[in-house]
Design a binder for this molecule. Structure first.
Ligand SMILES: [Zn+2]
Ligand SMILES: [Zn+2]
Length: 110
């Protein structure tokens, strides 16, 4: 799978270049659904992750994020549909975009 990468930053950098229109669409969805929760996330990070989601259009299955423990301050952001994997506690975890962002934010707060 070409988009599957062990380097999330690289993946996001590539995704960023095609982000603009997709991000627009997504922002509208989020505004309708979960704006309150998502607003807690850093906008730049969120945008980058959403750019990745726009690129990764395949079906990745369900998000495996343990939201309550991984990002307790943004538990409600989960979309359920994984778009990337992240190495967590020694194994690959499928994550949806908001969860991946929320986890990153949570780690930075530590
Ligand atoms: Zn989560
Ligand atoms: Zn999730």
């Amino acid at each position: 799978m070409g988009v599957y990468s062990d380097n999330p930053r690289q993946q996001l950098n590539a995704a960023w270049q095609v982000a603009t229109s997709a991000l627009d669409q997504w922002a509208k969805q989020v505004t309708a659904a979960t704006s309150e929760a998502v607003d807690k996330l850093d906008p730049a990070l969120r945008a980058a992750l959403e750019a990745a989601r726009a690129v990764v259009t395949g079906n990745w299955g369900a998000c495996q994020c343990p939201c309550v423990t991984a990002h307790p301050q943004d538990q409600n952001v989960c979309e359920g549909g994984a778009i990337m994997t992240r190495r967590v506690a020694g194994r690959d975890m499928s994550l949806c975009a908001p969860c991946a962002v929320a986890q990153g934010v949570a780690e930075m707060r530590r």
